[in-house]
Write a protein that binds this ligand. Structure first.
Ligand code: G3I
Length: 366
Protein backbone atom coordinates (compact mmCIF):
# COMPACT_ATOMS: atom_id res chain seq x y z
CA UNK A 1 0.00 0.00 0.00
CA UNK A 2 1.27 3.47 -0.87
CA UNK A 3 2.28 5.89 1.94
CA UNK A 4 -0.43 8.38 2.74
CA UNK A 5 0.12 11.74 4.22
CA UNK A 6 -3.07 13.12 5.59
CA UNK A 7 -5.34 10.72 7.45
CA UNK A 8 -7.40 10.21 10.56
CA UNK A 9 -8.98 6.86 11.25
CA UNK A 10 -11.75 6.65 8.62
CA UNK A 11 -15.10 5.18 9.48
CA UNK A 12 -14.56 1.80 7.91
CA UNK A 13 -16.95 -0.21 5.84
CA UNK A 14 -17.30 -3.94 5.26
CA UNK A 15 -14.57 -4.69 2.73
CA UNK A 16 -13.00 -1.26 3.07
CA UNK A 17 -9.45 -1.76 4.29
CA UNK A 18 -8.97 0.23 7.53
CA UNK A 19 -6.22 2.85 7.26
CA UNK A 20 -3.81 3.09 10.19
CA UNK A 21 -2.89 6.58 10.64
CA UNK A 22 -1.24 9.89 10.77
CA UNK A 23 -2.79 12.66 12.85
CA UNK A 24 -5.74 14.15 10.94
CA UNK A 25 -4.71 17.37 9.15
CA UNK A 26 -5.76 20.49 11.05
CA UNK A 27 -7.57 21.80 8.04
CA UNK A 28 -9.14 20.10 5.09
CA UNK A 29 -11.07 21.48 2.13
CA UNK A 30 -14.12 20.10 3.89
CA UNK A 31 -13.49 22.03 7.13
CA UNK A 32 -12.45 25.21 5.34
CA UNK A 33 -15.59 25.19 3.20
CA UNK A 34 -17.82 24.50 6.18
CA UNK A 35 -16.25 27.32 8.19
CA UNK A 36 -17.07 29.67 5.30
CA UNK A 37 -20.63 28.41 4.94
CA UNK A 38 -19.78 26.64 1.69
CA UNK A 39 -19.51 23.06 0.55
CA UNK A 40 -16.58 21.12 -0.92
CA UNK A 41 -16.87 17.73 -2.54
CA UNK A 42 -15.45 15.40 -5.13
CA UNK A 43 -16.41 12.69 -7.63
CA UNK A 44 -15.74 9.25 -6.15
CA UNK A 45 -15.54 5.67 -7.43
CA UNK A 46 -17.10 2.81 -5.43
CA UNK A 47 -14.60 0.26 -6.70
CA UNK A 48 -11.69 2.31 -5.33
CA UNK A 49 -13.41 3.01 -2.00
CA UNK A 50 -13.49 -0.74 -1.50
CA UNK A 51 -9.97 -1.50 -2.73
CA UNK A 52 -7.79 1.52 -1.87
CA UNK A 53 -7.75 2.46 1.82
CA UNK A 54 -5.67 5.59 1.24
CA UNK A 55 -8.12 6.77 -1.42
CA UNK A 56 -11.04 6.13 0.94
CA UNK A 57 -9.41 7.94 3.84
CA UNK A 58 -8.61 10.95 1.69
CA UNK A 59 -12.26 11.28 0.63
CA UNK A 60 -13.43 10.88 4.23
CA UNK A 61 -11.12 13.68 5.34
CA UNK A 62 -11.40 16.19 2.50
CA UNK A 63 -14.94 15.88 1.02
CA UNK A 64 -18.28 16.79 2.58
CA UNK A 65 -20.08 16.04 -0.68
CA UNK A 66 -19.65 12.99 -2.92
CA UNK A 67 -20.70 12.67 -6.58
CA UNK A 68 -20.68 9.07 -7.89
CA UNK A 69 -18.38 9.21 -10.93
CA UNK A 70 -20.24 6.36 -12.69
CA UNK A 71 -22.48 4.53 -10.17
CA UNK A 72 -25.62 6.75 -10.48
CA UNK A 73 -25.67 6.70 -14.26
CA UNK A 74 -28.34 4.83 -16.20
CA UNK A 75 -25.92 2.11 -17.35
CA UNK A 76 -25.10 1.28 -13.73
CA UNK A 77 -28.58 1.66 -12.21
CA UNK A 78 -30.80 -0.03 -14.83
CA UNK A 79 -28.52 -2.18 -17.03
CA UNK A 80 -31.54 -4.18 -18.24
CA UNK A 81 -35.10 -2.93 -18.58
CA UNK A 82 -36.83 -3.23 -15.23
CA UNK A 83 -33.73 -4.67 -13.50
CA UNK A 84 -32.38 -2.00 -11.18
CA UNK A 85 -28.94 -2.45 -9.57
CA UNK A 86 -28.18 -0.06 -6.72
CA UNK A 87 -25.22 -2.08 -5.39
CA UNK A 88 -22.50 0.26 -6.72
CA UNK A 89 -24.35 3.40 -5.66
CA UNK A 90 -25.19 1.95 -2.24
CA UNK A 91 -21.49 1.39 -1.56
CA UNK A 92 -20.99 5.14 -1.92
CA UNK A 93 -24.11 5.99 0.12
CA UNK A 94 -22.99 3.68 2.93
CA UNK A 95 -19.52 5.24 2.92
CA UNK A 96 -21.09 8.71 3.02
CA UNK A 97 -23.30 7.81 5.96
CA UNK A 98 -20.30 6.44 7.85
CA UNK A 99 -18.40 9.70 7.23
CA UNK A 100 -21.26 12.20 7.61
CA UNK A 101 -21.18 13.19 3.94
CA UNK A 102 -23.89 14.10 1.44
CA UNK A 103 -24.28 12.42 -1.97
CA UNK A 104 -25.29 14.21 -5.20
CA UNK A 105 -27.02 12.31 -7.99
CA UNK A 106 -25.32 12.34 -11.41
CA UNK A 107 -27.02 12.04 -13.85
CA UNK A 108 -30.64 10.99 -14.57
CA UNK A 109 -30.67 11.92 -18.28
CA UNK A 110 -27.55 12.01 -20.43
CA UNK A 111 -26.58 10.97 -23.98
CA UNK A 112 -23.76 8.77 -22.63
CA UNK A 113 -23.60 5.85 -20.18
CA UNK A 114 -27.02 4.61 -21.38
CA UNK A 115 -27.47 0.87 -22.09
CA UNK A 116 -28.25 -0.38 -25.59
CA UNK A 117 -31.79 -1.39 -24.55
CA UNK A 118 -32.56 2.28 -23.87
CA UNK A 119 -31.21 3.39 -27.24
CA UNK A 120 -33.41 0.74 -28.89
CA UNK A 121 -36.46 1.85 -26.88
CA UNK A 122 -35.92 5.51 -27.79
CA UNK A 123 -35.90 4.55 -31.44
CA UNK A 124 -39.41 3.14 -31.02
CA UNK A 125 -40.96 6.61 -30.71
CA UNK A 126 -42.07 9.32 -28.23
CA UNK A 127 -44.59 7.33 -26.18
CA UNK A 128 -42.12 4.52 -25.53
CA UNK A 129 -39.37 7.06 -24.81
CA UNK A 130 -41.50 8.94 -22.31
CA UNK A 131 -42.50 5.67 -20.62
CA UNK A 132 -38.88 4.62 -20.27
CA UNK A 133 -37.91 8.00 -18.79
CA UNK A 134 -40.77 7.98 -16.29
CA UNK A 135 -40.08 4.40 -15.20
CA UNK A 136 -36.39 5.12 -14.66
CA UNK A 137 -37.02 8.31 -12.70
CA UNK A 138 -39.64 6.57 -10.55
CA UNK A 139 -37.32 3.64 -9.86
CA UNK A 140 -34.26 5.72 -9.09
CA UNK A 141 -35.79 8.67 -7.23
CA UNK A 142 -38.15 6.41 -5.31
CA UNK A 143 -35.23 4.33 -4.05
CA UNK A 144 -32.69 7.05 -3.35
CA UNK A 145 -34.92 9.88 -2.01
CA UNK A 146 -33.79 9.34 1.59
CA UNK A 147 -30.08 9.67 0.73
CA UNK A 148 -29.85 11.90 -2.34
CA UNK A 149 -31.56 15.31 -2.29
CA UNK A 150 -29.91 16.91 -5.32
CA UNK A 151 -29.73 15.47 -8.87
CA UNK A 152 -28.26 16.49 -12.23
CA UNK A 153 -31.57 15.81 -13.97
CA UNK A 154 -30.33 16.68 -17.48
CA UNK A 155 -26.62 16.61 -18.33
CA UNK A 156 -25.02 18.44 -21.31
CA UNK A 157 -28.15 19.46 -23.34
CA UNK A 158 -26.52 22.35 -25.24
CA UNK A 159 -24.93 21.71 -28.64
CA UNK A 160 -21.23 22.55 -29.02
CA UNK A 161 -20.92 25.60 -31.31
CA UNK A 162 -18.43 25.94 -34.16
CA UNK A 163 -14.89 26.23 -32.77
CA UNK A 164 -15.62 23.98 -29.79
CA UNK A 165 -13.59 20.75 -29.27
CA UNK A 166 -16.34 18.58 -30.78
CA UNK A 167 -18.74 20.98 -32.57
CA UNK A 168 -22.24 19.89 -33.67
CA UNK A 169 -22.99 20.65 -37.29
CA UNK A 170 -25.91 22.95 -38.05
CA UNK A 171 -27.41 25.74 -35.95
CA UNK A 172 -29.60 23.72 -33.59
CA UNK A 173 -28.69 25.16 -30.16
CA UNK A 174 -29.60 21.84 -28.51
CA UNK A 175 -27.45 18.72 -28.65
CA UNK A 176 -29.13 16.14 -30.90
CA UNK A 177 -29.04 13.35 -28.36
CA UNK A 178 -31.12 10.13 -28.54
CA UNK A 179 -33.53 11.89 -26.14
CA UNK A 180 -33.80 14.94 -28.43
CA UNK A 181 -34.39 12.70 -31.45
CA UNK A 182 -37.05 10.65 -29.68
CA UNK A 183 -38.91 13.44 -27.86
CA UNK A 184 -37.92 16.71 -29.52
CA UNK A 185 -36.66 19.85 -27.73
CA UNK A 186 -39.28 19.53 -24.97
CA UNK A 187 -37.53 16.44 -23.55
CA UNK A 188 -35.61 18.74 -21.19
CA UNK A 189 -38.75 20.31 -19.68
CA UNK A 190 -40.35 16.86 -19.60
CA UNK A 191 -37.41 15.48 -17.59
CA UNK A 192 -37.58 18.24 -14.98
CA UNK A 193 -41.35 17.96 -14.63
CA UNK A 194 -41.05 14.17 -14.32
CA UNK A 195 -38.43 14.53 -11.57
CA UNK A 196 -40.51 17.13 -9.72
CA UNK A 197 -43.56 14.88 -9.91
CA UNK A 198 -41.50 12.22 -8.11
CA UNK A 199 -40.23 14.52 -5.37
CA UNK A 200 -41.55 17.95 -4.35
CA UNK A 201 -38.37 19.12 -2.58
CA UNK A 202 -35.52 17.51 -4.51
CA UNK A 203 -33.02 20.06 -5.84
CA UNK A 204 -33.19 19.83 -9.63
CA UNK A 205 -29.99 20.80 -11.45
CA UNK A 206 -29.12 21.27 -15.13
CA UNK A 207 -25.41 20.45 -15.66
CA UNK A 208 -23.26 21.72 -18.54
CA UNK A 209 -19.64 22.19 -19.70
CA UNK A 210 -17.68 24.35 -22.12
CA UNK A 211 -19.17 27.58 -20.69
CA UNK A 212 -16.16 28.76 -18.62
CA UNK A 213 -13.43 30.13 -20.90
CA UNK A 214 -13.38 33.38 -22.96
CA UNK A 215 -13.39 31.78 -26.40
CA UNK A 216 -16.06 32.58 -29.04
CA UNK A 217 -17.51 29.06 -28.77
CA UNK A 218 -17.79 29.30 -24.98
CA UNK A 219 -19.46 32.71 -25.32
CA UNK A 220 -21.93 31.25 -27.83
CA UNK A 221 -22.56 28.20 -25.61
CA UNK A 222 -23.30 30.54 -22.65
CA UNK A 223 -25.74 32.50 -24.86
CA UNK A 224 -27.52 29.26 -25.90
CA UNK A 225 -27.70 28.05 -22.29
CA UNK A 226 -29.11 31.36 -21.01
CA UNK A 227 -31.79 31.26 -23.71
CA UNK A 228 -32.74 27.68 -22.75
CA UNK A 229 -32.89 28.48 -19.01
CA UNK A 230 -35.04 31.58 -19.63
CA UNK A 231 -37.42 29.57 -21.83
CA UNK A 232 -37.77 26.85 -19.22
CA UNK A 233 -38.32 29.24 -16.34
CA UNK A 234 -40.76 31.39 -18.35
CA UNK A 235 -42.82 28.20 -18.84
CA UNK A 236 -42.77 27.54 -15.09
CA UNK A 237 -40.53 24.49 -15.48
CA UNK A 238 -39.25 23.27 -12.06
CA UNK A 239 -35.50 23.99 -12.09
CA UNK A 240 -33.40 25.01 -9.08
CA UNK A 241 -29.75 25.14 -10.03
CA UNK A 242 -27.12 25.28 -12.75
CA UNK A 243 -24.16 22.93 -12.49
CA UNK A 244 -21.05 24.31 -14.18
CA UNK A 245 -18.74 21.36 -14.81
CA UNK A 246 -15.52 23.44 -15.08
CA UNK A 247 -13.26 20.96 -16.86
CA UNK A 248 -10.87 23.89 -17.31
CA UNK A 249 -8.44 23.94 -20.23
CA UNK A 250 -5.30 26.04 -19.90
CA UNK A 251 -4.75 26.11 -23.67
CA UNK A 252 -7.86 28.34 -23.76
CA UNK A 253 -7.90 31.91 -22.32
CA UNK A 254 -9.95 32.72 -19.22
CA UNK A 255 -11.23 36.29 -18.78
CA UNK A 256 -13.12 36.88 -15.50
CA UNK A 257 -15.42 39.60 -16.90
CA UNK A 258 -17.64 37.64 -19.35
CA UNK A 259 -17.88 34.73 -16.92
CA UNK A 260 -18.86 37.07 -14.06
CA UNK A 261 -21.57 38.62 -16.27
CA UNK A 262 -22.87 35.14 -17.06
CA UNK A 263 -23.08 34.26 -13.35
CA UNK A 264 -24.95 37.51 -12.66
CA UNK A 265 -27.54 36.53 -15.29
CA UNK A 266 -27.90 33.05 -13.76
CA UNK A 267 -28.34 34.44 -10.28
CA UNK A 268 -30.84 37.01 -11.57
CA UNK A 269 -32.97 34.03 -12.69
CA UNK A 270 -33.01 32.85 -9.06
CA UNK A 271 -30.94 29.75 -9.79
CA UNK A 272 -28.27 28.39 -7.45
CA UNK A 273 -24.80 27.96 -8.98
CA UNK A 274 -22.57 24.93 -8.36
CA UNK A 275 -19.15 24.00 -9.69
CA UNK A 276 -19.72 20.29 -10.27
CA UNK A 277 -16.68 18.68 -12.03
CA UNK A 278 -13.62 20.89 -11.54
CA UNK A 279 -10.32 19.71 -12.93
CA UNK A 280 -7.65 21.18 -15.19
CA UNK A 281 -6.13 20.17 -18.49
CA UNK A 282 -2.64 21.65 -18.66
CA UNK A 283 -1.45 23.55 -21.77
CA UNK A 284 -0.04 21.67 -24.76
CA UNK A 285 3.46 22.96 -23.89
CA UNK A 286 4.18 22.28 -20.22
CA UNK A 287 6.15 24.64 -18.00
CA UNK A 288 9.62 23.45 -16.98
CA UNK A 289 9.41 21.21 -13.90
CA UNK A 290 6.60 20.05 -11.60
CA UNK A 291 6.63 23.10 -9.28
CA UNK A 292 6.12 25.48 -12.23
CA UNK A 293 3.42 23.26 -13.73
CA UNK A 294 1.55 22.99 -10.44
CA UNK A 295 1.84 26.71 -9.80
CA UNK A 296 0.32 27.46 -13.21
CA UNK A 297 -2.58 25.07 -12.60
CA UNK A 298 -3.19 26.60 -9.17
CA UNK A 299 -3.20 30.11 -10.59
CA UNK A 300 -5.89 29.23 -13.18
CA UNK A 301 -7.99 27.49 -10.52
CA UNK A 302 -7.74 30.43 -8.09
CA UNK A 303 -8.59 32.97 -10.80
CA UNK A 304 -11.61 30.90 -11.90
CA UNK A 305 -12.93 30.03 -8.42
CA UNK A 306 -12.57 33.60 -7.14
CA UNK A 307 -14.98 34.71 -9.88
CA UNK A 308 -17.30 31.76 -9.24
CA UNK A 309 -17.45 32.34 -5.47
CA UNK A 310 -17.86 36.11 -5.88
CA UNK A 311 -20.61 35.28 -8.37
CA UNK A 312 -22.60 33.38 -5.74
CA UNK A 313 -21.30 29.81 -6.09
CA UNK A 314 -21.32 28.11 -2.68
CA UNK A 315 -20.51 24.54 -3.71
CA UNK A 316 -17.27 23.41 -5.33
CA UNK A 317 -16.85 19.79 -6.46
CA UNK A 318 -13.72 18.45 -8.13
CA UNK A 319 -13.90 15.54 -10.58
CA UNK A 320 -11.89 13.20 -8.39
CA UNK A 321 -9.29 14.22 -5.80
CA UNK A 322 -6.02 12.67 -6.93
CA UNK A 323 -4.11 12.50 -10.22
CA UNK A 324 -3.80 8.81 -9.43
CA UNK A 325 -7.40 8.10 -10.62
CA UNK A 326 -8.40 10.95 -12.93
CA UNK A 327 -10.40 10.39 -16.14
CA UNK A 328 -7.87 12.82 -17.63
CA UNK A 329 -5.37 9.99 -17.34
CA UNK A 330 -7.71 7.31 -18.71
CA UNK A 331 -9.99 8.75 -21.35
CA UNK A 332 -8.42 8.30 -24.82
CA UNK A 333 -9.91 11.58 -26.09
CA UNK A 334 -8.14 13.70 -23.49
CA UNK A 335 -4.83 11.89 -22.93
CA UNK A 336 -1.80 14.13 -23.51
CA UNK A 337 0.02 13.55 -26.78
CA UNK A 338 3.37 14.01 -24.98
CA UNK A 339 2.48 11.13 -22.67
CA UNK A 340 2.82 13.31 -19.56
CA UNK A 341 0.35 12.65 -16.72
CA UNK A 342 -2.01 15.58 -16.35
CA UNK A 343 -1.75 17.16 -12.91
CA UNK A 344 -5.30 18.53 -12.86
CA UNK A 345 -6.51 17.66 -9.35
CA UNK A 346 -5.69 18.92 -5.82
CA UNK A 347 -3.67 15.82 -4.77
CA UNK A 348 -0.84 14.15 -6.67
CA UNK A 349 -0.47 10.44 -7.34
CA UNK A 350 1.07 10.01 -3.86
CA UNK A 351 -1.94 11.80 -2.36
CA UNK A 352 0.18 14.80 -1.44
CA UNK A 353 -1.47 18.21 -1.43
CA UNK A 354 -0.58 20.38 -4.41
CA UNK A 355 -0.73 24.17 -4.89
CA UNK A 356 -4.18 23.54 -6.44
CA UNK A 357 -5.31 22.45 -2.94
CA UNK A 358 -4.19 25.84 -1.60
CA UNK A 359 -5.93 27.62 -4.48
CA UNK A 360 -9.24 25.89 -3.75
CA UNK A 361 -8.82 26.51 -0.01
CA UNK A 362 -8.16 30.19 -0.63
CA UNK A 363 -11.20 30.59 -2.88
CA UNK A 364 -13.48 28.71 -0.45
CA UNK A 365 -12.35 30.99 2.35
CA UNK A 366 -13.01 33.93 -0.04
O1 G3I B 1 -17.91 -0.49 -17.06
C1 G3I B 1 -17.30 -0.73 -15.85
C2 G3I B 1 -18.16 -1.56 -14.95
O2 G3I B 1 -18.37 -2.82 -15.45
C3 G3I B 1 -17.55 -1.65 -13.61
O3 G3I B 1 -18.42 -2.31 -12.75
C4 G3I B 1 -17.32 -0.23 -13.11
C5 G3I B 1 -16.81 -0.20 -11.72
O4 G3I B 1 -15.49 -0.48 -11.71
O5 G3I B 1 -16.48 0.49 -13.98
C6 G3I B 1 -17.03 0.65 -15.25
O6 G3I B 1 -16.06 1.30 -15.97
C7 G3I B 1 -15.95 2.55 -16.31
C8 G3I B 1 -16.42 3.63 -15.32
O7 G3I B 1 -16.06 4.93 -15.87
C9 G3I B 1 -15.77 3.48 -13.97
O8 G3I B 1 -14.86 4.31 -13.68
C10 G3I B 1 -16.78 2.77 -17.57
O9 G3I B 1 -16.46 1.75 -18.51
C11 G3I B 1 -16.43 4.15 -18.13
O10 G3I B 1 -17.21 4.44 -19.26
C12 G3I B 1 -16.73 5.21 -17.07
O11 G3I B 1 -16.25 6.41 -17.59
C13 G3I B 1 -16.81 7.57 -16.94
C14 G3I B 1 -17.48 8.45 -18.01
O12 G3I B 1 -17.92 9.69 -17.41
C15 G3I B 1 -18.68 7.77 -18.64
O13 G3I B 1 -19.63 7.47 -17.66
C16 G3I B 1 -15.65 8.32 -16.32
O14 G3I B 1 -15.11 7.54 -15.25
C17 G3I B 1 -16.14 9.67 -15.76
O15 G3I B 1 -15.04 10.43 -15.30
C18 G3I B 1 -16.86 10.44 -16.87
O16 G3I B 1 -17.40 11.61 -16.27
C19 G3I B 1 -18.02 12.58 -17.14
C20 G3I B 1 -19.24 13.14 -16.41
O17 G3I B 1 -20.12 12.11 -16.10
C21 G3I B 1 -19.92 14.20 -17.26
N1 G3I B 1 -18.97 15.23 -17.66
C22 G3I B 1 -17.73 14.79 -18.29
C23 G3I B 1 -17.05 13.73 -17.41
C24 G3I B 1 -15.74 13.26 -18.05
O18 G3I B 1 -16.01 12.61 -19.26
Amino acid sequence: MRRRHALGLVASLPGCAVAQTQPAPAETLRSIARAAGRGFGAAVRADLLGSDAAYAALFAAEAELLTPEWEAKWVALQPEEGRFDFSHLNAIITFAQANRQRVRGHALLWQEAIPDWVKAALAEGPDRARGVMEAHFAGVLGTTRQHIRDWDVVNEPIANPPGADVPQAGDNPLRETPWFKALGPNYIEMAFRTARAQDATLRLTLNEYGIEESTPDAEEKRRRLLALLRRLLDKGCPLDALGIQAHLQMRKPFDPAPFARFLDQIRAMGLAILITELDVREPDTLAEGIPARDAAVAERVKQFLDVAVAGGCRTVITWGLTDRNSWLGNEPGVLRRDGATTRGLPFDEELRRKPMWQAIAGALRG
